[in-house]
Design a protein around this ligand. Structure first.
Ligand SMILES: CC(C)(COP(=O)(O)OP(=O)(O)OC[C@H]1O[C@@H](n2cnc3c(N)ncnc32)[C@H](O)[C@@H]1OP(=O)(O)O)[C@@H](O)C(=O)NCCC(=O)NCCS
Length: 177
């Protein structure tokens, strides 16, 4: 799979030794607050997640990148693309998402990685449209979505968890790389 360098980050494939770092991120209630039912994930669940993300790369030709800090080599989380099958009303679609460890918030890393992911979607994968699905109240994600230039498309309800969701979209043919 493609590796992407940004000024401060490396977006890359998953390595075996990412499991412990990603499990630490997934064990933090602050990080998981806005994801699915808000519960934390243990090491086994994280291992299953990473396996599924790798399969998605094989099946779709895109997926979630491991995001590494160039300065230190630390894994700080993920950003990438997936098919949002859990929300049939928006399909067919490709969605961008992100999750960083809390020590790495507030430094512009999520926006830097997301911007590079949209460039990858357009230039490498030839996608012309990407959506985001965020839980209403997840202000940190909404801030990233706004900075990427994504436009509000619809409000809906999570089919399993029942909470309100916002769907945004961007026409990548108008995206300023
Ligand atoms: C959502 C999430 C990725 C956002 O991360 P973030 O660090 O807040 O987002 P950004 O990368 O845009 O950085 C935000 C701030 O960094 C600051 N910053 C510091 N240095 C910066 C730099 N060099 N460049 C840009 N911004 C910088 C900016 O002030 C910016 O805030 P502003 O846009 O209000 O000015 C993070 O909160 C997260 O992982 N949350 C948990 C997972 C989650 O909720 N995922 C979505 C649900 S599935």
């Amino acid at each position: 799979m493609t590796e992407i360098r940004t000024p401060r980050l490396l977006l890359r494939s998953w390595h075996d030794d990412d499991l412990a770092s990603m499990a630490d991120i997934n064990a933090d209630p602050q990080v998981m607050r806005w994801t699915e039912d808000g519960s934390v994930r243990d090491l086994d669940h994280t291992a299953e997640d990473i396996e599924r993300w790798e399969e998605e790369w094989d099946e779709e030709g895109f997926g979630l990148f491991a995001v590494e800090l160039l300065a230190s080599g630390e894994l700080i989380g993920f950003t990438g693309l997936s098919v949002p099958e859990f929300l049939p009303e928006v399909m067919p679609a490709v969605a961008i998402s992100w999750r960083l460890g809390s020590p790495f918030w507030g430094q512009g890393y999520a926006s830097e990685a997301a911007h590079a992911t949209l460039e990858f979607a357009l230039q490498d994968r030839g996608l012309d449209r990407v959506i985001s699905i965020s839980r209403v109240g997840d202000n940190a994600s909404e801030n990233v979505i706004r900075k990427l230039g994504m436009a509000p498309e619809r409000e809906t309800t999570h089919p399993v968890h029942g909470y309100p969701l916002s769907v945004h979209a961007i026409d990548l043919t108008e995206f300023q790389a």
